[in-house]
Write a protein that binds this ligand. Sequence first.
Ligand code: KMH
Ligand code: ZN
Length: 284
Amino acid sequence: MPAAASGTLITVAPTGAETAPEAAPGLPVTLQALVAAAVDCEAAGACVVHVHVRDDDGQPSLDPGRLRAAVAALRARTGLLVQLSTGGSVHDPEDARLAVLDAQPDSASCTLGTLNFGDDVFINRWSFVVELHRRMQERGIVAEYECFDLGQVHSLHRLLERHGPPAGGHVHVDLVCGVPGGMAGTPAAVLAAVAALPTGATWSATGVGRSTLPVLLTALAAGGHLRVGMEDTLSFAPDRPVTANAELVTRAADLARLAQRPPLTVAAARGMLGVAEAAQHGAA
Ligand code: KMH
Ligand code: ZN
C-alpha cells in the first residue's frame, strides 16, 4: 500500500517542452517569466516547481548555463523546491539529459520507460534510467519517478530492488495520465497504478489535457498529491484557455482545501520528500 496523505503537495509544471510560445501567451518561456510565475504559484499554494527551460527563441533547451541560472533565480526569489526535468523534449540526447543534474537541483524527474508520445517517442532505455537513478543517489538529488503507464510502475519496483532506494530514502512517484501513448486520464487508470505502487511511497497525479480535473479529483479522493501547470494543460474549461499557471494552482489549492487536505507548506514537503537527508548524503 502507498502512504495516504493528510495534506496535499502541489507541484507546478509551468512550461514543459511541447508548447510553442505563440500557442499560449501566458506560457513562461523566459527566465524572468518563469520566476514571476513561480512567485505567483508559491503564493497560490505550490511547494515544488518542475522546470523546463527555453532558449532565446522559446525552444526547449538543456543548456547547462540556463539550467544553473534557473535554479539560482528560483532559489533567490522563491522558497519552492526546485525540480529539474531530465525528460527534456523528445529530441534531447541522453548525455544532455544526464548533465541536467550538474545544476544540482533539489529534485529531478526520472521516467521509468519508453512510450509513444503523440506522434513522437519518449525514449528512456533501461540503462539510461539506471544511470539517472544512480547519479541522483550519488549527488543527493531527490528523485521524482514519473510513470506514464502501469508497466512503468512495475519497472520502478525492479529499479529499487536492484539498485537501492533514492537519495533521502523516500520514494515519491508522479503518475502522468492522458499522454497519447500512455495510461488513460481516468479514475480507473489512476487507481490501478496506485494499487501497484511500492509500500510507503507517496504519489501525485497529473492529468494531461482534458483529463486534468478527473485525475486531480481522483488523487484528492484517493490520498494522492497534485501536479498542475501549463506543461500539462492549456485549457481551464471548455473555450476558456489558461492565462497563467497560478490559475491552475489556485484551483488545485481550493479543491484540496475543500477535500480537507490543505496544501502542504514547503517545509512539510521538504520533510516528506527527504530533501535534507538527500542533501546530507550527497555532501558526504
Ligand atoms: N517533455 C516530455 C517528453 C519530464 O519532465 O521528465 C518529458 C517530460 C518528462 O516532460
Ligand atoms: Zn516535464
